[in-house]
Design a protein. Structure first.
Length: 328
């Protein structure tokens, strides 16, 4: 594992790729984790790619990836990510040696999959009894092959302790940002998202895809209402207020919002306030009561309940973890 004198070891992310690799997913991991920096500009992650037998790895595109590292890299990985392969969509057994490779992962390491990479984790027994997801098109087959896994085919990603899974390729972006946010806080994750020009946070429970086609965007868009709400998170915002910004009824607005965002207006608003609170806790020394007021929670007690529900921590503990961390 990479280390520096007087500095903590850099978190190593190992990407375990297989023949038929979905090339975009390899790029997602390297691009997102590779951009994460601390206050001094030092890289926070060391991202490496490995495969069962070093050499050229076929992708789903017209290129091959030359992978020089083998499964021994997994011995020192802090996080292991398994992207999808186009072979996951065919009724073929997993490659020989895959289970042995996964067995090399340390007991404290985090393990994640993108898209149908979850089939690999499930085949190794890593998902037994745990919530997991995969690409919605493969959900039925996944359920047949792995009945011991608590499959939720509708969500973007799941996080059960050290085991995480995500849905299709774009959901892999959300999962990587979730892991970066968990490790280093909202400010670092937001910087990475900004650099990649992607939304900084989509809730893992958000729907994978829109079940009904969206009508004409000119009449169905809720963008004006969302932009207006973000400018006034510190003030009360009601469903009626949001619907009025789009000149539609609350019922119509709620239906269109779910179609476009995959979640309810109230749930979306609560998550934006949690994100705002995290940013203020990290980047300012404002008292907790004032952070709660500026984020729109009204009281510190209300904010505490929301942070506990979403992040499993208190405002004070969150600030202590991410605000007072010395530059590495």
């Amino acid at each position: 594992m990479a280390s520096h004198v007087g500095r903590p070891a850099v978190h190593r992310v190992a990407v375990l790729v297989r023949d038929g690799l979905l090339a975009m997913e390899l790029g997602i991991v390297h691009r997102l984790f590779g951009q994460a920096r601390d206050a001094t500009g030092r890289a926070l992650y060391d991202v490496v790619t490995c495969t069962l037998v070093p050499g050229p790895v076929r992708t789903d595109a017209d290129v091959e990836v030359l992978v020089q590292l083998g499964p021994e890299v997994l011995d020192t990985a802090d996080t292991v990510i398994v992207p999808a392969s186009d072979l996951d969509y065919a009724p073929s057994p997993p490659p020989a040696g895959l289970a042995e490779a996964l067995a090399r992962i340390g007991p404290g390491a985090r393990i994640a999959s993108i898209c149908t990479g979850s089939f690999v984790l499930a085949a190794a027994g890593l998902l037994d009894g745990l919530p997991a997801t995969t690409h919605w098109k493969s959900a039925d087959r996944f359920g047949e092959l792995h009945p011991r896994v608590h499959l939720d085919p509708d969500v973007l990603y799941t996080a059960a302790g050290r085991i995480l899974t995500s849905a299709g390729e774009a959901a892999g972006i959300d999962l990587c940002l979730h892991m970066i946010r968990t490790d280093h806080g909202a400010a670092v994750a937001n910087d990475v998202a900004r650099g990649t020009v992607v939304p900084p946070h989509r809730d893992g429970g958000q729907a994978q895809y829109v079940r009904r086609p969206i009508p004409d965007p000119a009449v169905s868009s809720t963008g004006r209402a969302r932009a207006w709400a973000l400018e006034r998170l510190h003030r009360p915002v009601t469903l009626r207020d949001l619907a009025a910004r789009e000149s539609v009824s609350t019922r119509t607005f709620t239906r269109r919002f779910r179609d476009e965002m995959g979640t309810s207006p109230g749930r979306w608003l609560a998550l934006q306030r949690v994100e705002r609170a995290c940013t203020l806790l990290e980047e300012t020394d404002l008292p907790v009561d004032e952070v709660a007021e500026r984020a729109g929670f009204g009281t510190a007690g209300s904010m505490r309940l929301h942070l506990q529900a979403e992040l499993g921590t208190s405002p004070t503990a969150y600030r202590r973890t991410f605000r007072a961390r010395p530059a590495a």
